[in-house]
Design a protein around this ligand. Structure first.
Ligand code: IPD
Ligand code: CA
Ligand code: CA
Length: 277
């Protein structure tokens, strides 16, 4: 990379994280973008701050932000900004959220910064230079079996009724140490990069959710594909990340589930009949 992006990216993410924490302590009002798609003043103010900093320091760069920031001039550099990933958590006072910044150069992901202000954790990665957490190198886990893995997923806030993920959740829960659903895709990917999770998948994420986290996983030695093992693309509707070692097993699981494999769920009627209070 020819320009230093990580220093300014970290400064912006830290500043935006401090802003989020101020609103978090005040308990902001919830607004709605759709039926269950939440947004708050903190999302908008964080994006405004980041956009101002990018414009000042990199006036020729393109920007795509979740809350509407758009600079599209055909620049070689493109920033993907999620000013608050984990809005639902944030709005309910559940401290699992972050700021996510990813930069592409000529369509290739080159720099990533995810800042979790609740734990003061700064995740960074630069193409070809590895991944770091608070300046210390991080690596994906060494877990070689799905059965001994802790994995994660997420459910979208929009069009939940159309999402088949509950079937995947059920089947992978039965075949691993468990599936966590923490509510911040960017942090889920960072947790794969740092070896806390062995894998993560989600349907229908947006570029601002994945731009930084995907590079972090790859630079930490992990793998990211779609559900068929094909290249992960920024516009991809499928994100499957892992420590690499369990990737083939996860792909096999996905293939079988996509082909219609089902495990019986215990029946609620049966439980209701035998219930003792
Ligand atoms: C959401 C979070 C969540 C994921 C959703 C995303 P937001 O982003 O990453 O974990 O399950 O699909 O939309 O709306 O909080 O920025
Ligand atoms: Ca997001
Ligand atoms: Ca967001």
């Amino acid at each position: 990379m020819t320009i230093d992006l990580l220093t300014p990216m970290q400064a912006m993410a830290r500043e935006a994280g401090a802003l989020l924490m101020r609103y978090f302590r005040e308990h902001v009002e919830i607004e709605y973008k759709g039926d269950v798609d939440l947004v708050t003043v903190a999302d908008r103010e964080s994006e405004k701050l980041i956009l101002e900093r990018i414009r000042k320091q990199f006036p020729t760069h393109d920007v795509i932000g979740e809350e509407g920031a758009r600079i599209e001039t055909g620049s070689d550099y493109k920033w993907y900004v999620d000013p608050l990933d984990g809005t639902t958590n944030f709005a309910h006072g559940y401290p699992v959220f972050c700021v996510s910044l990813g930069v592409e150069h000529l369509g290739e992901r080159i720099a990533a910064t995810v800042y979790d202000p609740t734990r003061d954790e700064m995740f960074t990665a630069e193409k070809g230079s590895g991944a770091r957490l608070n300046d210390k190198t991080i690596n994906v886990s060494a877990t070689a079996n799905l059965a001994q893995s802790l994995i994660a997923t997420g459910f979208p806030s929009k069009k939940r009724h159309k999402n088949p993920n509950i079937h995947f959740y059920h089947q992978l829960t039965l075949r691993s140490h468990g599936v966590r659903r923490a509510g911040s895709a960017a942090l889920d990917l960072c947790n794969v990069a740092s070896g806390r999770f062995d894998g993560f998948w989600e349907f229908n994420l947006n570029p601002w959710d994945t731009a930084a986290g995907v590079l972090l996983v790859q630079e930490a030695g992990g793998k990211v594909t779609n559900f068929s093992g094909g290249n992960f693309e920024i516009a991809s509707h499928e994100t499957l990340a892992s420590n690499n070692l369990i990737h083939a097993t996860l792909l096999k699981e996905f293939q079988e589930i996509l082909n219609g494999r089902q495990d019986d769920l215990p029946s609620v009627a049966g439980y209701s009949k035998d219930r003792t209070l």
